[in-house]
Structure formats: structure tokens, C-alpha cells
Design a protein. Structure first.
Lengths: 245, 290
């Protein structure tokens, strides 16, 4: 469904991605994990069209994905950025409706908004409130709902639990797992590896420069002592050894 | 009492015109980071349209002014600013100055460099509570209120309005949700064109003549009004423009003869005090809580 091949991206003189390759198949929940600053968010930005790659290809449904952010959403890919970027001066309802900008089926949009309010009940009583007044957790719920209102085939989630309270983090991970069960394909970038490995079908572990250090079914990786030592800190001390160079 | 009513009418009329202008400036600045210093030339375009259509019936002249100003606003967007989309604010600023100079010179070459008189209208004075008030001032207040009200409805109640507000807050995120950049930006230019056309009609009817530089001072006051109100907030811009326009109009009416030439010194002195105490403007742009 999505195939990223030898992707390269720069921030000025710094080449943040030096050849990233990954693949997402229809219906999967794929986790992209790794330490801070290795290029996970940069990868999502390049796929979403926010950042122009300096090399490599991004293929979507077998064809190159080009045309920047506007083309991405019309191709069926929705992106929830790390800082959520809800429209603070707009109401919650206006934010939600903006999520359905590409759609023309008004009745179905209304039904989908209702479904999102069932998915995230706290949003229901906040519909007329300015989104900037919401808590971090409520803003994240809004950002995910807004993205889902475009009825995406692929949802890109960038660190959705960053800075949130533990109870909200648990709820969000459950929700993301349910999205996959509903048929939404998800590419999830997360720092919380322990929780990601439990809900993801497959995992890519990214090393500095965006190099994919290892990948495979999440359950398999979870059993790997090296992976546990490097990313889960659960392995016994005698099993631990450095994973990244 | 008489003085108070006179000042009130002057304040509402002057404030209304400048509120329209600052909303136009702030809308473009919010949506595409453009401080449109060619905005004064929209007023000039409106003024010259009034001059060229001076013998036409009023309704036709008003429509002509609206069409001319909106057309020039859209043309500047299409020919000058669209190719520079995404350029740095400095590049856009220089482009705006270039457009301004180009439009002024185009007017000099076609209509002429000298000031031209326009047909007077709404000059009658009516008595309210024993105070003579010019009909033009009352019409200006009514039109400004109606236009601001209409704009509020457009921004709050229509899909285009919500998209404009979203784009004004975070253009890239709006694009990521499928908001069409060309449509939103062209709409913003069209709206500024309508606001500029109406402001031109009112300002030039008040002045009685139009020249190539007729928009320069209003642009400066509107720009400062937008800064005072808060550049990233349309409500703030409207408020800033209104306050500055109202203060200017009241000072015009209230300053004794020997101090009248120093009106702008008083106005901008107040602006300095205001910015020193509240540099973020009267109404700061909304920010998301993290």
C-alpha cells in the first residue's frame, strides 16, 4: 500500500534521512520507533508532503506520491502531527468539520462526526468551545478525530501520546488498536516503545540518519533480548548490550 | 453635549473606515504572511474609478468601483503574489512595494498625475438632537457596521469562512486537511478588495478628490492599527483599526487650530505608549495549549 524506498531528506546542511525504506500493507498497524532525533517524525513529514524529500521514492498504491500536502490528503492519507496543530481559535466542531473538507457527502459527514463523539466522549460537551482551551489529551482526541473525518485509507500518527497523562496514554493506545480493528491502516511513530510493541502488527526500529536498524513482526521483536535491552529496558542486566552504534 | 455627539459620530465614522482597512490588511497577513503595502493603491483604484464614472448613476458607479478594486486585488494576487507563494516575508514585502509603485505609475500614465475631483454625494446635514450631522458620516457608520457584520457571518457561518480562519491560523495544517490554497488566498484578496472599495468610496467622498497618493496615509494608519490590534487576530485588527481611526477622527475635530498640524504626532505618540505597555497588541493571536 505504502512503500518508502531509500528516502532522503535534509534540513539545510543536515541530512536527516540518509536512505529510509519501509512498507505499510493494507489493514496493518505499523510502529516506527527509535530514540529521539533519529528521523521518525521527518519520515512522516516527508510522507505527508510537509517536507520535500531530497531523494528516494514514496509509492502509494503503486504510484509515486507527489504534490505536497494537498495531494496527500486527496490521495487518502491523513496526518496527525506531533504538536497536534488543532486550530486554537476555532471551535471543536469547526475543527472536526475541517477534517471533512475533501468530502461532499454532508449527511455521511454528520454521521461520522457522531461516531467520533462516541469514540471520544469528552469531545461531545466541548463542541462549541474554542479548541485552544482544551487540555492536551482533549486536543489529541480532537486531532485524531479530525484526521479520521477525511475517511483516510492510511493514518499517520506522530507521537500521539507525547506529554499526556498516563491514563490518557492508555486510552489512546486502546483507541489506536481499535482503529486498526476497524480497518484503518496506521503508521504510528512513538517514543513509548513498550506500549507500541503491544498493539502494532509490525515494527520498524530506526537508527540515527533514518536507517532502519531492524524490522519485523512486533511479537517477534518483543521476544528479542537485544530489542528488549535497547528499547524496553526489561531484559535482565546480563542480557543487556548496546543496540545502536 | 453637542460636542460629545459630534465627536461620537466622527469617531464611529473614522473608526469604521479604518476597521475595514485593517481587517483587509490583517486577513492577508494571517493567511499568507503578506503585509500588503499595495493596499493603498486599491483605495487609489477605487478613487479613480469614481472619477472615471463621475457621470454615471450612483448605483452603477458603486458597482464599477467594487468591480475595479476587486479586479485589481485579484490581479495582483494572480500575477505578483501567487508566484511568490511560500517566499520569505521580506520577499513578499518587497514585492508589495513593487506592486504599489507599479500601480501608482500606471495611474500616473493613464489617468494623470494631478488630483481629480469626484462628484459630491451625501453632503446634506441632518439634525440629531439639535446637532448637525453629515449624512455621509451616518452612511459610513451604517455601511461599515453592515460590512463588518456580513464579514463576521461569512467567517463564522460558511465553510469558506471557517477555511479562511483556519488558514489564517495555520496555513500548512489547513492544506493538510484539504483546504485549497488558491481558493482561500484568492477569496482573501477578493474580500480585501471589497473592503478596500467601500473604504475608498467613503474616504474619497469625504475628501472630495483623488490623487495617486490618496491611499498612502490611510494605509499607514491602517497598518499601525493592525499592529496595535494584534497582527495575527482579525478581531484585534478590526479593534485596532477602529480605535486608531476613531482617535484620528476625534483629534481632527477636537484639536485647536494651532495644534491640528500635529495630529499624527499625537496619534502615533499614543501608539508608542500602547505598544510599550502591550507589545502583543490589543488581542493576541490564539495559540494552542500544549
Amino acid at each position: 500500500m505504502l512503500a518508502v524506498k531509500d528516502l532522503r531528506a535534509r534540513y539545510g546542511p543536515i541530512e536527516a534521512l540518509q536512505g529510509t525504506s519501509l512498507e505499510v500493507r493494507e489493514g496493518e498497524l505499523v510502529g516506527l520507533v527509535g530514540h529521539n532525533g533519529v528521523g521518525k517524525s521527518t519520515t512522516l513529514k516527508a510522507i505527508a508532503g510537509v517536507l520535500r524529500p531530497s531523494g528516494g521514492t514514496i509509492e502509494w498504491l503503486g504510484a509515486p506520491l507527489r504534490g505536497g500536502a494537498a495531494a496527500t490528503i486527496r490521495a487518502g492519507i491523513a496526518y496527525v502531527p506531533e504538536d497536534r496543530r488543532i486550530f486554537a481559535g476555532l471551535t471543536v466542531e469547526e475543527n472536526l468539520r475541517l477534517g471533512a473538507t475533501t468530502r461532499t457527502d454532508a449527511d455521511a459527514v454528520a454521521a461520522d462526526i457522531e461516531r467520533e463523539l462516541e469514540r471520544f466522549p469528552p469531545l461531545r460537551k466541548l463542541l462549541t468551545r474554542r479548541a485552544g482551551n482544551l487540555s492536551g489529551g482533549e486536543q489529541q482526541m480532537l486531532a485524531i478525530s479530525r484526521a479520521l473525518l477525511s475517511r483516510p485509507r492510511l493514518l499517520l500518527l506522530d507521537e500521539p501520546t507525547l506529554g499526556l497523562a498516563p491514563i490518557i496514554i492508555d486510552t489512546l493506545f486502546e483507541t489506536i488498536a481499535r482503529l486498526r480493528d476497524e480497518g484503518v491502516t496506521v503508521l504510528l511513530v512513538e517514543q513509548n516503545v513498550a506500549k507500541t510493541v503491544r498493539i502494532a502488527d509490525r515494527l520498524y526500529v530506526m537508527a540515527p540518519g533514518g536507517r532502519i536498524e531492524r524490522s519485523g513482526p512486533a511479537a517477534e521483536l518483543e521476544r528479542s533480548p537485544e530489542f528488549r535491552a535497547g528499547y524496553l529496558s526489561l531484559a535482565p542486566a546480563h542480557e543487556r548490550k548496546a543496540v545502536t552504534p | 453635549m453637542t460636542d460629545v455627539l459630534e465627536y461620537l459620530v466622527a469617531a464611529l465614522s473614522g473608526g469604521g473606515i479604518y476597521a475595514l482597512l485593517t481587517i483587509g490588511l490583517a486577513l492577508l497577513f494571517s493567511v499568507m504572511g503578506l503585509m500588503n503595502f499595495a493596499y493603498g493603491e486599491l483605495i487609489m483604484t477605487g478613487g479613480f474609478a469614481m472619477y472615471l464614472l463621475r457621470d454615471a448613476p450612483w448605483p452603477l458607479m458603486i458597482v464599477g468601483v467594487l468591480v475595479a478594486v476587486v479586479a485589481v486585488a485579484l490581479l495582483t494576487e494572480r500575477l505578483a503574489f501567487r508566484p511568490l507563494r511560500g517566499a520569505s516575508p521580506l520577499t513578499l514585502l518587497i514585492a508589495a512595494f513593487a506592486v504599489s509603485i507599479m500601480l501608482q505609475n500606471a495611474a500616473r500614465m493613464t489617468v494623470g498625475p494631478r488630483a481629480k475631483g469626484v462628484r459630491p454625494w451625501l453632503e446634506e446635514t441632518i439634525s440629531i438632537g439639535g446637532v448637525g450631522v453629515q449624512l455621509l458620516d451616518l452612511v459610513t457608520i451604517a455601511v461599515a457596521l453592515a460590512l463588518i457584520g456580513g464579514l463576521v457571518l461569512l467567517l463564522r457561518r460558511t465553510a469558506l469562512g471557517v477555511q479562511l480562519r483556519a488558514a489564517a491560523e495555520d496555513f500548512e495544517m489547513a492544506s493538510l486537511l484539504g483546504v485549497k490554497a488558491n481558493r482561500v488566498i484568492a477569496s482573501a484578496f477578493a474580500i480585501t478588495g471589497v473592503l478596500g472599495a467601500v473604504a475608498a468610496l467613503m474616504l474619497i467622498l469625504k475628501q472630495g478628490s483623488v490623487s495617486v497618493t490618496v491611499g498612502s496615509v490611510p494605509l499607514l494608519i491602517a497598518f499601525v492599527g493592525a499592529v496595535v490590534g494584534g497582527m495575527g487576530s482579525l478581531v484585534g485588527a478590526a479593534l485596532g483599526g477602529f480605535v486608531l481611526g476613531a482617535v484620528t477622527a476625534v483629534l481632527d475635530a477636537a484639536l485647536p487650530g494651532e495644534l491640528a498640524p500635529f495630529r499624527d504626532a499625537f496619534v502615533f505618540g499614543l501608539v508608542i505608549v500602547m505598544l510599550a505597555t502591550r507589545p502583543q497588541g490589543l488581542v493576541p493571536a490564539p495559540e494552542a495549549r500544549v
